[in-house]
Design a protein. Structure first.
Length: 142
């Protein structure tokens, strides 16, 4: 018996998904650069966040390609562990935004629409790997 479930991501806003993915990639690039530099002046908690995010959450989602649609429905196979990890990632992203807001990183804090998107997107993995039904993206398709 497989512990994988099908996670249905309904009405994924393509443009917002792309912007959120770009922001996350920028953050990962900055973390890579920090990891290669002298980390002596970086607070321990930030170093631990960087290690955690780069080792466990280097990439999220998938490329939507060149979709001309304003939204798409996706179906992803995921394990129950992926749902647990999605919950952890939400907490880590919030904590990283605190560092971004405090001018400790070059990357700007996640814009509010992307925070809402990440909460929904990752939340769907959490909810559906626990057996709950899919909920479509409730926001704008911009």
């Amino acid at each position: 018996m497989s512990s994988d479930v099908s996670v249905e991501l309904l009405r994924v806003p393509v443009r917002l998904y792309e912007r959120a993915s770009e922001h996350y990639a920028e953050l990962m690039r900055e973390f890579s650069l920090i990891s290669l530099s002298d980390t002596a002046g970086i607070p321990l908690r930030l170093r631990l966040l960087i290690d955690d995010l780069t080792e466990r959450f280097a990439t999220i989602g998938s490329d939507l390609g060149s979709s001309a649609a304003s939204s798409v429905d996706l179906s992803v196979r995921a394990s129950v562990v992926a749902g647990e990890r999605a919950a952890e990632l939400l907490v880590l992203l919030h904590e990283v935004d605190v560092y971004c807001s405090g001018d400790r990183l070059i990357t700007l804090p996640t814009p509010p629409d992307q925070v809402a998107f990440f909460a929904w997107y990752l939340g769907e993995f959490v909810r559906q790997t626990r057996g709950e039904t899919a909920r479509a993206w409730p926001g704008e398709l911009t």
